[in-house]
Ligand binder design. Sequence first.
Ligand SMILES: Nc1ncnc2c1ncn2[C@@H]1O[C@H](COP(=O)(O)OP(=O)(O)OP(=O)(O)O)[C@@H](O)[C@H]1O
Length: 257
Amino acid sequence: MTLVELKGVDVRLAGHRALQGVDFAMQAGEIVTVVGPNGSGKSTLARTLIGAVKPTAGRVTRAPGLRIGYVPQKLQIDATLPMPVRRFLDLPNRVSSAAAQDALIQAGAGDLGNRPMTGLSGGQFQRVLLARALLNDPQLLILDEATQGLDQPGAAAFYRRIEQVRQDTGCGILMVSHDLHVVMAASDRVICLNGHVCCQGAPSHVASAPEYRALFGTGTQGALALYQHQHSHSHDGGHDHHHHHDGCSHTHPEAAE
Ligand SMILES: Nc1ncnc2c1ncn2[C@@H]1O[C@H](COP(=O)(O)OP(=O)(O)OP(=O)(O)O)[C@@H](O)[C@H]1O
């Protein structure tokens, strides 16, 4: 079952072309990771999928009544306002204690309900955001840089939890990430974005695709490698490329601005 589909989607934000000609669909139960350098439109794609951003061209189709859980990239919490985790889960809509506790347990935050939001560690905070996203029993879970601020073991643990959520609920999961190398094991499909879809496919396929390498380099430093590999690559190396190529310029989007 297709949960949400984008066809030929362009998004302009204050005159800036954040997405162009994006075709993309999420199926029930699959884990998809979106990678791409800063400013490549990853958050815009996530926000278009949830309906917070309207396309300037193209079409977005959601399954009727689709329930979406969303973990935003940024969330400002007023540090002067002491708010326990449990109360945070009541924003914007009150939820039953049972539902709140279920979501916290599912997110690995079952013991955090009475803790103040501002005192949480990075990993605890992200688990609480996950709990909030799980509250309405989503069929599609969208996580925008959900492992930000987590160290490698913390991120790996978070991804294992996400896999468990899929196993338990069967929901489709879209993750936005800078770090392909931690994400890969959990993903059915990786989309490499640079304003448009540069390449996509199984993680191992994308990791070896020249479009991906041109954006991220061949090392394992993830985004750090971005600025070191600006050279253009050639497509005549005799390799059998199965990837989809639609003419990505491979320049870093912010370097080109
Ligand atoms: N509200 C806005 N108004 C104008 N331009 C915007 C707005 N939001 C995003 N943009 C621009 O759209 C482009 C894509 O931004 P987006 O946040 O989707 O990228 P991203 O891949 O998520 O980046 P990052 O990895 O840095 O979070 C960027 O050039 C950004 O500056």
